[in-house]
Design a protein around this ligand. Structure first.
Ligand SMILES: [Zn+2]
Ligand SMILES: [Zn+2]
Length: 233
């Protein structure tokens, strides 16, 4: 397999998705153009020194950490190519962004945590060949020695793409489509996904986890998208 991969790289060399330079799918120069968020934000985007603002205190998710803004064109393109262009290797630079963010804001993450990726249905995973959240979870797990539990939270129902829905529809769409295979009671869960927008998906995952006894759930994503609809309601 390794030989085949080398041959593949020779015939189709890796090119930076942004500057087209050969060598990596996202070169170091272009990666450095993605500005890492140096602040902590509440689930609702407010800057918060505490963990959650009063409006968000009833949410199931306890904290959210997002490495950078989805407005950044290079990051947007990288996430798009990762998910829909099937470039699995982009999981590496994207995970580096998350790890750097955690370091900058001095998030206290230790070995009492477990990493759980936001799951996709088996059918969708087969179609894409991988779950992007799980791929990033693997790298973060390797870098931090925090165990990755990839099959504890599963998605049993196919849903419409959240991106196409309004906030209220997103909550309805994602409801009751996750299941827990093993209760996580003694660890803080670090829930990983690619983009955080209204937070409906992560909050539903956190709800299911907490129902089965998890005390604390932190979210970690590469990008944070401004919830446009927030400004029209
Ligand atoms: Zn580049
Ligand atoms: Zn808030």
């Amino acid at each position: 397999m390794e030989y085949l991969k080398q041959l593949w790289d020779l015939v189709f060399p890796k090119k930076c998705i942004n500057c087209k330079k050969e060598g990596a799918y996202l070169c170091e120069d272009c990666l450095s153009l993605i500005e890492i968020n140096p602040f902590r934000q509440c689930l609702c985007e407010k800057m918060e020194k505490r963990d959650k603002c009063d409006n968000c205190k009833n949410k199931y998710l306890d904290k959210i950490f997002s490495a950078a803004s989805f407005q950044n064109k290079i990051l947007k393109e990288a996430i798009h190519k990762f998910k829909y262009g099937y470039i699995k290797d982009l999981s590496q630079p994207l995970s580096i962004l998350m790890l750097t963010h955690l370091q900058i804001i001095e998030a206290k993450i230790d070995k009492s945590f477990v990493i759980i990726p936001v799951p996709m249905t088996d059918k969708k995973k087969r179609r894409r060949g991988f779950n992007q959240a799980e791929e990033m979870g693997k790298i973060i797990s390797e870098a931090t020695s925090i165990p990755l539990l990839a099959n504890v939270l599963i998605k049993t129902k196919e849903t419409l793409p959240q991106m196409e829905l309004k906030k209220e529809e997103r909550i309805e769409n994602i409801k009751n489509c996750f299941e827990i295979k093993k209760n996580i009671k003694d660890n803080v869960v670090l829930l990983i996904d690619d983009v955080y927008t209204t937070g409906s998906t992560m909050d539903e995952c956190a709800r299911i986890l907490k129902q089965s006894g998890t005390k604390e759930v932190w979210g970690l994503t590469v990008a944070r998208e401004v919830d446009q609809q927030r400004y029209f309601v």
